[in-house]
Structure formats: structure tokens, C-alpha cells
Design a protein around this ligand. Structure first.
Ligand code: HEC
Ligand code: HEC
Length: 269
């Protein structure tokens, strides 16, 4: 027997090792691509091919659409543009003031709420526009505001935004670094991926579409933060607020809300 004959099918050792290699491969394939995915929590029983794709990490379209139907319309459809942040023409302000007579009952005569409705005086125009459009389209849920917003035209929304942006900022000065700030407002918490509130909500920078918070009623702020946390409010584009609030505790929500609300009484004096 030459040494070449050693690696032919007639060699029982060679035969055995080929057969066991095939069986091992098949076994690993079944365990890795069929059995493990099938006992995994989100196995969808869509057949072998789907399990193989899922196990290999291919994003499945069906799970994304399942998420949609479970949570209703996702996020917002409003595309924020710089031009929305421009102060409106003076006739827009006048027309907005007339329309706003329907809003004073809750948002106050000068846009400063005396109930727990949000203040609108001096709110950035693109914020008022975006929120009204989200109520109108059902991306932000509130029965009163959805009903009201549905009857507003595009022009009405623009004029109301112009009017409220024009109202004197009876609220207090923006948050700055020169005062005592809760840690989350000043520096956030990098370990939990919480960016400082001040970096989006004014003070250091106002990101387009980010609301003015100073002087808002505390209950309103707590309500909105909790709604972002349990995702009953999810009209924030790219889940910006949901991502901030997710890791925050109840006590921290109370704390930052009290901080932003506190500015109201400081300013009224
Ligand atoms: C019956 C009371 C009521 C009336 C009338 C009302 N609002 Fe509201 N509005 C609310 C409440 C309460 C909220 C907060 C709802 C929520 O939790 O989403 C709100 C929210 C808003 C917001 C979102 C503000 C923010 O900071 O996110 C805007 C903008 C707004 N209202 C505009 C208007 C306009 C414009 C009118 C008049 C056409 C109006 N509202 C009439 C009660 C009212
Ligand atoms: C990455 C930017 C960013 C950071 C950081 C951020 N926010 Fe926001 N926040 C937003 C945006 C954008 C919105 C508007 C969402 C929308 O379109 O409805 C918002 C909305 C809110 C609202 C709802 C206000 C209203 O009137 O509708 C509250 C309350 C709020 N933020 C509080 C906070 C607090 C408190 C912090 C710090 C712990 C914080 N945010 C950090 C971007 C940010």
C-alpha cells in the first residue's frame, strides 16, 4: 500500500472521518439555524427559511410591520424646516390673535396658562406648528387638542404660531450655566445616554423644534415626560425624548420638572 492509497474511499478511516464531518455539520446547522431560533422568544413560525434568515441576523420586514400595528402611527410626519422658525408677517399675527380667542379658556388670555395646560406665549413658532400638525394627524394624542386641530387649516396653524411667538415672553429667562442646575439639566448622564436638557432646550442651544420649557406648569411637564417614558407620546422625531427619558427614574422626572416649572414663580415676582 502506497501512502497515496491512504486517502481514498476504500480507507475505512478516511470514510469514517468524512461521514462524521458531514453529520457534525448537519447537526450544527440544525441546532444553530433551526432549533435555537425556534425556542427563542420572538420566533414567528414563518418556516425554515425565515428562521434561517432571522438566525443569520437578516432584518425581517414582518417584525417591523408587526411593531407598527401594535403601536399605531409611529413618530411624526412633520418635516421641520428653518423657515418655520421665522417670525410671521404682521397680518399673520393679527389673524392668529383672532383665532386664538378659541384657545384662551385653557392657554390663558396672553398665552400664559393658569391651569395645567402648557403656556404658549413666546413658544417657538415651529414648535406650535409641529405640535398642532401632530394633533391634527393623530401622531400626538389628546382628545381636546385633536378635535380642535382637525378644524384648523395650514394657514390657521401658521398664523396661530406667529401670534404666540409674538406674544411677550412673560415667562422667565432661559436656563444658563450661571445658576444652580440639576445634574441632568447641566451635564446629563453619559453612562445612561442621557444628554443634558440644556443642550437642546435652550440655554446653550435650541435645537429646531425643541420646545421652550421654562415656566411650564409642573404637572404638565411631569405628564409629558411620563408619556414619553411609557411611549404613550411618541411624536418626537427619532425618538429624541423617549431615548432621554427611558432611563430616568420617577424622582428624576419630578426633579427636572420642578426645576423648569420653578422658573415661572421666579419670573412673576
Ligand atoms: C379645553 C382646553 C384647551 C383648549 C380650548 C385649547 N387647548 Fe391646546 N392644549 C390643551 C391641553 C390640556 C394641552 C396638553 C395636551 C397633551 O397632553 O398633549 C394642549 C396642548 C397644546 C399645544 C402643545 C403645546 C406644547 O408645548 O407641546 C398647542 C400648540 C396647543 N395646545 C395649541 C392650542 C390652540 C392654538 C388652541 C386654540 C385653537 C388650543 N390649544 C385650545 C388644552 C386646550
Ligand atoms: C436631543 C435633544 C433633546 C434633549 C437632550 C432633551 N430634549 Fe426634551 N425635547 C426634544 C424635542 C425635539 C422635543 C419635541 C418633541 C416633539 O416634536 O414633540 C422635546 C420635548 C420635550 C418636552 C415636551 C414639551 C412640550 O411642551 O411638548 C419636555 C417636557 C421635555 N422635552 C423635557 C426634557 C428634559 C427635562 C430633558 C433633560 C432630561 C430633555 N427634554 C432633553 C429634544 C430634547
Amino acid at each position: 500500500m502506497t501512502e497515496h492509497e491512504g486517502l481514498t474511499w476504500r480507507n475505512p478511516w478516511f470514510r469514517r472521518s468524512v461521514v462524521s464531518l458531514v453529520l457534525l455539520t448537519l447537526g450544527a446547522f440544525l441546532v444553530g439555524f433551526v432549533w435555537l431560533p425556534s425556542v427563542h422568544g420572538d420566533f414567528t413560525a414563518e418556516g425554515l427559511w425565515a428562521s434561517i434568515c432571522q438566525a443569520a441576523g437578516v432584518p425581517s420586514k414582518s417584525s417591523a410591520s408587526a411593531l407598527d400595528s401594535k403601536h399605531g402611527p409611529l413618530s411624526t410626519e412633520v418635516v421641520l424646516e428653518r423657515s418655520m422658525a421665522r417670525a410671521g408677517a404682521s397680518d399673520a399675527v393679527g389673524r392668529g390673535a383672532t383665532l386664538a380667542l378659541n384657545c384662551t379658556m385653557c392657554h390663558g388670555a396672553q398665552g400664559m396658562s393658569v391651569s395645567n395646560a402648557p403656556n404658549l406665549a413666546g413658544q417657538y413658532p415651529e414648535v406650535v406648528m409641529k405640535q398642532l400638525e401632530d394633533y391634527k394627524g393623530g401622531q400626538r394624542r389628546n382628545s381636546v387638542m385633536q378635535a380642535l386641530a382637525r378644524s384648523l387649516s395650514q394657514r390657521d396653524i401658521e398664523d396661530l404660531a406667529a401670534y404666540y411667538a409674538y406674544l411677550p415672553k412673560a415667562r422667565t429667562a432661559p436656563t444658563t450655566y450661571d445658576e444652580q442646575l440639576p445634574a441632568l439639566v447641566r451635564v446629563g448622564d453619559p453612562m445612561r445616554n442621557i444628554a443634558p436638557c440644556i443642550s437642546c432646550h435652550g440655554g446653550v442651544d435650541q435645537k429646531l423644534g425643541t420646545p421652550w420649557l421654562e415656566g411650564m406648569p409642573k404637572d404638565y411637564l411631569v405628564g409629558q415626560l411620563s408619556a414619553f417614558k411609557d411611549a404613550t407620546r411618541r411624536n418626537d422625531s427619532q425618538a429624541q425624548m423617549r431615548n432621554m427619558v427611558r432611563a430616568m427614574t420617577e424622582a428624576e422626572i419630578q426633579d427636572v420638572a420642578a426645576f423648569y416649572a420653578r422658573k415661572a414663580s421666579a419670573g412673576e415676582k
